[in-house]
Design a protein around this ligand. Structure first.
Ligand SMILES: *Cc1c(COP(=O)(O)O)cnc(C)c1O
Length: 354
């Protein structure tokens, strides 16, 4: 079996799988409520919030789409800088919503000033931001952008922290983020199928007044159920056992050490790239610390590199996403990786490069 160093899903530890294979419990009972409650303190610490985290049995897109449905009464501004953020705009359009965007070239970051200029045109009540654009390895200035959004009263901010949650500190309450969401198959190192998200009071008030919210992704249903440490419908209980396990692992390591470990592991990949003349796709100052996206140099047979790395060493990296597939390649350092496991990957990549 090959080990994944792609930017999600990532390698899941045996201990996590073991935790997930506990006997099933009913979700309308005290056992489940205790399980749910046990995930909360660490999730809140990682998100920088006192708000409860809701557990959605869906991939991240479920909650990304639901944020539009629950919160966009007038017009949404989507901040587009790569495959995931660009798609959020198309999803808004496909829902028939009024939508506009700030668009930058893939590989660039969103400038807070561009957000200010667009919001100043007026008419918006929602902004979507991808903190860490996984397709390009760009980490956006969430603090700078949040500050701008907060200066426009009545505009709510949704932040996708799918590939940054638990890899870098997040400060939902301090920055005034209204929805903070993350799928668990990225830095949380769980199998896919669950998304965690928290909503500000303002987000819930907005949702309450929105017509046609449906049921499965209704934020108000999530909020009502969370008061009893529960979910609106039957959740992926095995994944929540896994989440409980990972929260314990993070608590034991300590969040600060976890962030430092991600930064150090990421630096190892940057050094490796430098040694071989691979250039970072993301600009200095906006580079992700949970993954690295490199330009594919002219004449470099990237496909053969990736294929041999897998067949000879059993490690899988990614050959680029969306319209920069082949032009870039990406290596994840998210989750449980250590200096030692990163070195195994680096030695293997060196071997393949010869
Ligand atoms: C992976 C990813 C998504 C999509 O997640 P799904 O689990 O496929 O719904 C969204 N945003 C970012 C930043 C991602 O990295």
């Amino acid at each position: 079996m090959a080990k994944l160093f792609i930017p999600g899903p990532i390698d899941v530890s045996k201990e996590t799988f073991c935790a997930m294979s506990q006997p099933m419990i009913g979700h309308r009972g005290s056992e489940f409520e205790a399980l749910y409650a046990s995930t909360q303190p660490m999730l809140k610490e990682l998100g920088g919030t006192v708000r409860p985290f809701f557990l959605s049995t869906s991939s991240a897109w479920g909650v990304m789409e639901a944020s539009l449905k629950n919160l966009c009464a007038k017009k949404v501004l989507t901040l587009c800088c790569g495959a995931f953020s660009d798609k959020w705009f198309s999803v808004a359009k496909s829902m028939g919503l009024q939508a506009d965007k700030v668009q930058v070239e893939w590989g660039e970051a969103i400038s807070p000033e561009a957000v200010r200029a667009k919001l100043a045109e007026g008419g918006f009540d929602l902004v979507t931001l991808i903190h860490n654009e996984t397709s390009t390895g760009v980490m956006n200035d969430v603090a700078g952008i949040a500050k701008v959004v907060k200066s426009f009263p009545g505009v709510l901010l949704v932040v996708d922290a799918v590939s940054s949650f638990s890899a870098v500190p997040l400060e939902m309450d301090k920055l005034g983020i209204d929805v903070l969401l993350a799928g668990v198959q990225k830095a949380l190192a769980l199998p896919p199928g669950l998304t965690i998200f928290a909503c500000s009071q303002a987000a819930l008030e907005r949702a309450e007044g929105m017509p046609n919210r449906g049921y499965y992704f209704d934020f108000i249903e999530f909020a009502k159920n969370a008061e009893k440490n529960n979910t609106p419908s039957t959740p992926a209980i095995s994944l929540i056992f896994g989440l409980q396990h990972i929260m314990g692992v993070i608590a034991a390591e300590g969040a600060a050490k976890r962030y430092a470990r991600h930064a150090a592991n990421n630096a190892l990949i940057h050094e490796w790239g430098k040694r071989h003349g691979f250039k970072n796709f993301a600009p200095e100052g906006n580079q992700s610390v949970s993954l690295t996206c490199f330009h594919t140099p002219a004449g470099f047979d990237q496909a053969a590199f990736i294929k041999t790395l897998k067949s000879r060493h059993g490690f899988v990296i990614n050959g680029g996403y969306g319209k920069i597939k082949g032009l870039t390649f990406r290596i994840s350092n998210m989750g449980n990786e250590t200096a030692a496991t990163m070195k195994e990957l680096i030695d293997a990549m060196d071997d393949v490069l010869g």
